[in-house]
Design a protein around this ligand. Structure first.
Ligand code: GLN
Length: 304
């Protein structure tokens, strides 16, 4: 498969979308990002790497870090995790409160904010130094010891965290947060603030494309069945209220973030990370979604 050639033709086909959408501006620090950037990187399980565009520029991972939080939480809690959250698509925005109230403080899935805030609570409760453990895990997965939090982005998001604070309060009211709300939210915003390049992100997701080798990173291990199931949750819940659309257009398990990144995997074959800050109305990268749609079309490879 000539991935490099395919990436070049994708880049050309994306040009009409270059000015479509807006970067996230509800987090002040993200509003300052240059929206006219785009990068992509594919890592194959047989050891090749193909990158194009701004694939070495670090960007804010935001909700993509929910996948790392799920891996750590599943490793610590096993199936008990599902006592505190579901695994059904929400069909609502990532920061919606409506469903959470109707469903008595049990988030629909780990990949909406409410689910990730419960996972933040679990990690704060179970780990001595959750910030250190989380970054160690991410650094090991990506093979890049220099990956870090962006404190300014975390602080900036915390300063306007009206909705996430409301979510956390609702969870606490229903006893689905055990710890102190401020502490849990501080950790949640730190997780979201991690920055990586497409190259680093594709590398980090390779472990989720691999169901055969043991998953054991920085002391957090998963069975191959758990890794398989994480893919299932990415497939059904990775794109908020656009999970069906992404599945329809692209057909790969993946996860997006409001920093404009998307990471996806082709189980048994490759991982891919794409980034472009301009988002559609659902909070997903316009060029990112299109690039992945073109990738599965041009390669004629899909899990379906
Ligand atoms: N930190 C963001 C928030 O909580 C993450 C949202 C996202 O990337 N969809 O609003």
């Amino acid at each position: 498969m000539d991935y490099q050639h395919i990436l070049q033709s994708i880049q050309q086909d994306l040009q009409p979308l270059a000015q479509v959408g807006h970067q996230a501006d509800y987090i002040p620090a993200l509003a300052a990002v240059n929206p006219d950037q785009w990068g992509i990187c594919i890592n194959t399980l047989d050891g090749t790497e193909h990158a194009l565009g701004d694939s070495d520029v670090p960007f804010s991972l935001q909700s993509i870090t929910k996948v790392f939080a799920l891996a750590m939480s599943l490793s610590l809690e096993g199936d008990d995790l599902w006592l505190r959250m579901g695994k059904e698509p929400s069909g609502t925005a990532f920061n919606s409160l409506i469903q959470l109230e109707l469903e008595h403080g049990k988030p629909r899935n780990p990949f909406i904010n409410a689910g990730a805030i419960v996972m933040a609570d679990i990690l704060v409760e179970r780990l001595n130094n959750p910030e250190q453990a989380f970054i160690n895990f991410v650094r090991q997965l990506s093979g890049s010891p220099n990956i870090d939090y962006n404190f300014e982005v975390a602080r900036s998001e915390h300063s306007v965290a009206y909705l996430n604070t409301a979510i956390a309060n609702l969870l606490k009211y229903h006893s689905n947060i055990h710890g102190d709300i401020d502490r849990v939210l501080r950790f949640y915003f730190m997780m979201c603030s991690i920055e990586m390049s497409c190259r680093q992100l594709a590398h980090a997701f390779l472990a989720f494309a691999n169901h055969r080798d043991p998953f054991d990173h920085a002391g957090f291990s998963l069975t191959s069945s758990q890794v398989k199931r994480m893919n299932a949750i990415m497939q059904t819940c990775g794109f908020y209220d656009e999970a069906g659309e992404f599945s329809y257009l692209v057909g790969l398990p993946g996860k997006s973030g409001v920093g404009g990144g998307i990471a996806a995997v082709f189980p048994g074959r490759y991982s891919v990370a794409v980034w472009s800050p301009r988002l559609n109305s659902k909070g997903n990268s316009v060029m990112g979604m299109k690039a992945l749609e073109l990738l599965t079309t041009h390669t004629r490879q899909s899990i379906f």
